[in-house]
Design a protein around this ligand. Structure first.
Ligand code: SAM
Length: 281
């Protein structure tokens, strides 16, 4: 009998993924963690029944949340990742030889442990990189107390339910702003606007009060159902106006190979369709 993993994140819309083989299924200190094999997407990680990442399409999400802010900034040395326990975000950040230090703040040690064991293709050795400092803590608590000094902060969190809820608050965004250097950039996982519109509106309202420049950019990840995902963008710097040829020069100089990101996609991702721009107050 074929088993299907059904995700019911949205009230009127669900998605199902075939479970060809179940690798792990148990409760961690914070959430229910499952890793299973799917014929199309490879290994899939779900937390509390919600798809977090898959071997097949994670590159889109991880490349867009890392290379966009890092290449727009141009001199990012210190990066902070909040969440990101599967290691995929750290993998992409650490591809930048110019990045000297990455602080990754993950609340659930179980996600890191089981991702290392069952999803090594996500992190690809990032957890062993000497530039990576892994902190097991609540990202909101960490951001409240940190000395800061970050050039880029990437919030790779679960949705605003359970442990992830606090990462979508004005208080957390205020602390994150304070932890950034003057021209630092904050990017946030902000849901799928077609089905999670209020999430984007709330974050953009907070960013508008905190930053000189605030907007979002988009990319479509097949297993984040409901159309393009939005990434919140907040900065007092001019990273948003980095010309395409400068981005191209930085991308070429980085020597990084990608499967989704390139400077043209970077610039185009900030072009917002009406139904998304109308969600931004
Ligand atoms: N890409 C996924 C998404 O868009 O839903 C997120 C992937 S990543 C695995 C999410 C991580 O955020 C999880 O490992 C979870 O444990 C972590 N997380 C949730 N709440 C957190 C908090 N308050 N502080 C730090 N990490 C948190």
């Amino acid at each position: 009998m074929t088993e299907w993993a059904r995700e019911e994140l949205h009230p009127d819309h669900a998605q199902s993924l075939r479970v060809e083989r179940l690798h792990y299924d148990s409760e961690t200190e914070h959430q229910r963690l499952r890793v299973f094999e799917n014929p199309t997407f490879g290994r899939v990680l779900t937390l509390d029944g919600v798809v977090q990442t898959t071997e097949g399409d994670n590159f889109i999400y991880h490349e867009m949340m890392t290379h966009v802010p890092i290449l727009a900034h141009g001199a990012a040395r210190r990066v902070c990742i909040v969440g990101g326990g599967d290691g995929g975000m750290a993998r992409e950040v650490l591809k930048h030889a110019t990045v000297e230090h990455v602080t990754m703040v993950e609340i659930d040690a179980g996600v890191v442990e089981f991702s290392k064991r069952y999803l090594p293709t996500l992190s690809q050795g990032a957890f062993d990189d000497p530039r990576l400092e892994l902190v097991i803590a609540d990202g909101a608590e960490f951001m409240r107390g940190t000395k800061g000094g970050f050039d880029v902060i990437i919030v790779d969190s679960t949705d605003p339910v359970g442990p992830g809820e606090v990462l979508f608050t004005d208080t957390f965004y205020g602390h994150a702003k304070r932890a950034l250097n003057d021209d630092g950039i904050l990017v946030t996982q902000n849901g799928v606007p077609f089905l999670q519109g209020s999430e984007l509106t709330n974050t953009m309202r907070a960013f508008r009060a905190l930053f000189v420049e605030s907007t979002c950019y988009l990319a479509t990840i097949p297993t984040y159902a409901g159309g393009p995902m939005a990434f919140g963008w907040g900065t007092d710097g001019d990273g948003r106006r980095t010309p395409m040829d400068v981005l191209q020069g930085r991308f070429d100089a980085s020597g990084i190979s990608t499967d989704y990101y390139n400077p043209a996609v970077h610039v185009a991702s900030f072009a917002l369709p009406g139904y998304v721009s109308r969600l931004i107050p």
